[in-house]
Design a protein around this ligand. Structure first.
Ligand code: 4NP
Length: 150
């Protein structure tokens, strides 16, 4: 799960997916998140995102921001961008076509071909964080159905 800062959208995407895998007793799937920027390396998720997570039954307090690197293409099969800027930044780091094929816009799993963004909640009000949670709650259901149960 990849966004810009790795403190708002991608950690909650990882946290929701991780919680669902646990709740559904699904083993053998590893989850992670990263940011395309270096701005927040080493930081915990944004306090507003951690609070929204908790009020929805998900705990992301243990996560720490890191930057996406080309070696991530060796570690992961599916790499989800939150918006087209994150997508383009990762494609620019791809070493070959196989790397590029791993990168997807996450909301295209819900609305194929629409190229919708998970909006960056960082500079907005608290309601933006719940909206991000709701979008990613739906997207992670689709991902589990498609790639784990499918
Ligand atoms: P994220 O949100 O990409 O969802 O983690 C942001 C966090 C920080 C900044 C931008 C977006 N920033 O510019 O510091």
């Amino acid at each position: 799960m990849v966004c810009l800062g790795n403190i708002c959208r991608s950690p909650i995407a990882e946290g929701i997916l991780r919680q669902k895998l646990l709740d559904q007793n699904i083993e053998g799937v590893s989850t992670d998140s990263a940011g395309t920027s270096s701005y927040h390396i080493g930081e915990a998720p944004d306090a507003r995102m951690r609070q929204t997570a908790k009020s929805n039954g998900v705990n992301i307090d243990d996560l720490k921001a890191r930057q996406f690197v080309a070696q991530d293409y060796d570690e992961f099969d599916l790499i989800y961008a939150m918006d087209s800027s994150n997508y383009n930044n990762m494609i620019a780091l791809a070493r070959n076509e196989e790397d590029k094929s791993k990168v997807k816009l996450i909301l295209n799993e819900v609305n194929p071909g629409k190229n919708q963004a998970v909006p960056d909640p960082y500079y907005g009000g608290d309601e933006g964080f719940q909206h991000v949670f709701d979008l990613l709650d739906v997207a992670t259901d689709v991902i589990i159905d498609k790639y784990v149960n499918g």
